[in-house]
Design a protein around this ligand. Structure first.
Ligand SMILES: [Cu+2]
Length: 299
């Protein structure tokens, strides 16, 4: 990290842990220094004007005003720099985030649902297919309304609060909300996305550092908003498989009649990068963005 980047740390930016994060950090760094320079520049100018045109020196107002063109030129330069920042850097970075999703067969796909005041994650389990969810089935013990009569739901994993993902693999999170607008914000991953009732909105990032990272709700969503926290644990691939296996076993135990294991897959495994994913074969292709499954209604 360059010495200049310390300005991000100074303003409380946590260390980056995602593949694209350094690009956002560079823009932030530049913006902070640029705004700092403007602040100092304007402050000096303001003080100069206060003393230079004090009432004792200029008892009568000058109605002609400034005749020099220097301020016009300066402002043009400022606008030009801001336009380059916005059009040249910020918009392309944002466009990549929302238009260029990774192949779903290479990524970990998770459905995440916000509610006052926690996050619940839904993983498809060994079969790679998300089970049906139904608003009418929502209860305290079934926060997402997962339909246990749906064969695809039998091995599904539902975890509150803490989501595990493997390092160096893209994660696509399809976000929704059960009540009000929340925002799934991962400061260390330099990504945030609103969770809106009635919509399923995808977001993606690629974690590059093993560790535990805070998830916060980025929208003021009610009295308990301050407590709406969770975590994303970035595991090594081995630890991730162990976590999945443990979760899949817990899910199987909670079912009255556990389903026979899918041929070719042991409990809790996910297809390796590039392998065909049964979930993708079942669903028709839908451009770059992962198609929101019609069965996965936001609870
Ligand atoms: Cu919230």
């Amino acid at each position: 990290m360059s010495r200049l980047a310390l300005i991000n740390e100074f303003f409380g930016q946590p260390p980056n842990a995602s593949e694209h994060g350094y690009q956002i950090d560079h823009i932030l760094e530049f913006c902070h220094w640029f705004m700092g320079a403007l602040f100092v520049g304007w402050l000096v100018f303001f003080l100069y004007v206060l003393f230079r045109y004090h009432r004792s020196r200029h008892p009568v107002a000058d109605h002609e005003g400034v005749t020099s063109g220097i301020s016009t030129h300066l402002e043009f330069v400022v606008v030009l720099i801001e336009a380059v920042l916005l059009i040249g850097f910020a918009v392309p970075l944002w466009a990549k985030r929302v238009n260029q999703f990774p192949e779903t067969r290479d990524a970990i796909l998770v459905h995440t649902v916000g509610q006052q005041f926690n996050w619940t994650h839904h993983l498809p389990g060994p079969d790679g297919i998300f089970g049906r969810r139904d608003l009418n089935l929502v209860s305290n013990s079934n926060p997402l309304g997962l339909d246990n009569n749906d064969p695809a739901a039998k091995d599904d994993i539902v975890v509150p609060g803490e989501l595990h993902v493997p390092v160096n693999r893209s994660v696509i999170i399809e976000l929704s909300s059960k009540d009000v607008i929340h925002n799934f914000c991962l400061p260390h991953m330099r990504i945030a996305q609103d969770a809106i009732p009635g919509s399923i909105i995808p977001m993606w990032f690629k974690p590059i550092k093993v560790g535990t990272y805070e998830v916060i709700c980025g929208q003021l969503c009610g009295l308990g908003h301050y407590s709406m926290k969770g975590s994303v644990v970035v595991d090594t691939p081995e630890d991730y498989q162990a976590w999945l296996k443990e979760r899949a076993e817990m899910a199987a135990q909670s079912q009255a009649a556990p389903p026979p294991p899918t041929p070719g897959s042991s409990p809790g495994t996910v297809p390796p990068p590039g392998a065909p994913n049964p979930a993708n074969q079942a669903a028709p292709p839908a451009g770059n963005q992962p198609a929101p499954s019609p069965s996965a209604s936001p609870g």
